[in-house]
Design a binder for this molecule. Structure first.
Ligand SMILES: *Cc1c(COP(=O)(O)O)cnc(C)c1O
Length: 379
């Protein structure tokens, strides 16, 4: 089955009791048992819920994976992956991570004796400089947030395979429409479903997908034991959102391209981060592993101090100033004080997240209105 067909049908069968075409919202925490332990495959809804299971199958299919698990947030999904590790284990990861991931690694898991190396992953060979006998996991985010660096997933996978490590990829920014890490050799794909998969900024959710039966078994055990599972209402909303993922992503990419090119020619803008530019330092890898370049764009305002940056960020009419991304509506965000505020200033600036950087999540509105809004806000 092709992508658009999977987005609409994967994991979803007419409901066996009524024939309902849309997967019902099974709003129940528990299930009837005929005699103790004898039930229809469902005992308690933390473990299994039919609405959630349909969504898990759908997301797994979109990532060309065998097993999917949905979590109550993207962070809940990441948390489950790190819980595969033991005290003393080491993780090699990027130096330009989602702020919440950095915070979880440094403020939650470091104190349980897990060591994280935050390094430049744009040259995958750099990983080899940080491998020790205790390294267990490589955690990659690509494109990175907010400076849109691209990490070569296949190159990381070959290092992971040679050294018997798990490679996990946060595929939130690309979405499965643009990139499928499992096909490139990754062991686990993670999503903040909150973003493009949900697509309507009305649900917080996460997901993990793997082809590895043993890893799935361990992750499913953590999922049920630790309990960061989403409810059936949210699962239904995401199933509904995913039905237009391919249509939305196509529109995000088209609008993104027009806006990236316009911004690059604008006199008030010093730099535009977007992997679709042929002179982007990692464009060749982006072209190799992604089908298009998406609607996430970051800009550095020329010579703007913090008040001037705030003034511009607050002067949009169609774009809304807000955290998050990946919804149908366009958003603008000031990473230094919003999404990335939990990263120390020095670390942040090393990764290029300067005070005059703004990040755009280009939505699927009419391009003429988005362009007019950008023109007036920058004038
Ligand atoms: C939002 C986001 C997360 C965290 O997901 P939540 O659903 O907010 O918990 C992780 N990684 C990336 C790249 C994100 O954008």
């Amino acid at each position: 089955m092709k992508f658009g067909t999977k987005a609409i049908h994967a994991g979803q069968e007419p409901d066996p009791t009524t024939g309902a075409i849309m997967t019902p919202i099974y709003q129940t925490s528990t299930y009837w048992q005929e005699s103790p332990g004898k039930h229809k495959g469902y005992a308690y809804a933390r473990g299994k819920n039919p609405t959630r299971n349909a969504l898990e199958k759908c997301i797994a299919a979109l990532e060309n994976g065998k097993h999917g698990l949905c979590f109550s947030s993207g962070m809940g999904a990441t948390d489950a992956v790190i819980k595969l590790l033991q005290p003393g284990d080491e993780v090699v990861t990027g130096n330009d991570l989602y702020g919440g991931t950095y915070r979880m690694f440094t403020k939650v898991f470091a104190k349980y004796g897990i060591k994280f190396h935050f390094i430049d992953l744009t040259d995958a060979q750099n990983i080899c400089n940080y491998l020790t006998a205790n390294t267990k996991l490589i955690w990659v985010e690509t494109p990175t947030n907010p400076t849109m660096q691209i990490v070569d997933i296949a190159a990381c996978a070959s290092i992971a395979q040679q050294n018997n490590l798990i490679l996990a990829v946060d595929n939130t920014f690309a979405s499965p429409y643009l990139q499928n890490p499992l096909d490139l050799g990754a062991d686990i794909v993670m999503h903040s479903v909150t973003k493009y998969l949900g697509g309507h900024s009305d649900v917080v959710m996460g997901a993990l997908v793997t082809n590895d039966d043993k890893l799935h078994e361990q992750l499913a055990f953590i999922h049920n034991s630790c309990g960061a599972t989403p409810g059936p209402q949210d699962s239904f909303l995401v199933l509904r959102g995913i039905k237009t993922l391919h249509l939305r992503m196509k529109a995000h990419c088209e609008n993104g391209r027009i806006i990236a090119e316009y911004l690059r020619s604008h006199s008030k803008i010093e730099k535009v981060y977007w992997p679709g530019f042929t002179d982007h330092p990692n464009h060749a890898i982006a072209k190799k592993q992604m089908r298009d370049f998406g609607g996430m764009i970051s800009i550095v305002l020329k010579g703007a101090d913090l008040p001037e940056t705030f003034r511009i960020a607050s002067s949009f009419n169609v774009f809304s100033l807000a955290e998050s991304l990946g919804g149908v509506e366009s958003l603008i965000n000031h990473p230094a004080t919003m999404t990335h505020a939990s990263i120390p200033k020095e670390e942040r600036e090393k990764a290029g997240v300067v005070d005059n950087l703004l990040r755009l999540s280009v939505g699927v509105e009419d391009i003429d209105d988005l362009m007019d809004d950008l023109k007036q806000a920058l004038s």
